[in-house]
Design a protein. Structure first.
Length: 78
């Protein structure tokens, strides 16, 4: 029973860590795309849409990293 719980916690910790890393990478990719000069006149106002998308990605990455740390602490306590 205890071994099963440890496997579940380890799986959660690894998953949240991966999700957080992917979201950090997505936010960095969007930020680089925002600062590279482009002709925004041809499209429909992407800077106004990319800035909130970057903030949402960073917020979700922060939440995933915190959940990963919480799962790791529970795993270490057991």
């Amino acid at each position: 029973m205890e071994n099963n719980r440890e496997k579940i916690l380890l799986g959660k910790q690894e998953d949240y860590h991966r999700f957080g890393f992917i979201l950090w990478s997505l936010a960095a990719f969007l930020y680089v795309g925002l600062i590279i000069p482009q002709d925004w006149a041809a499209t429909t106002r992407p800077p106004e849409l990319m800035i909130p998308a970057i903030c949402v990605a960073l917020g979700c990455a922060l939440i995933c990293n915190r959940l990963s740390i919480r799962a790791r602490k529970q795993l270490d306590e057991d």
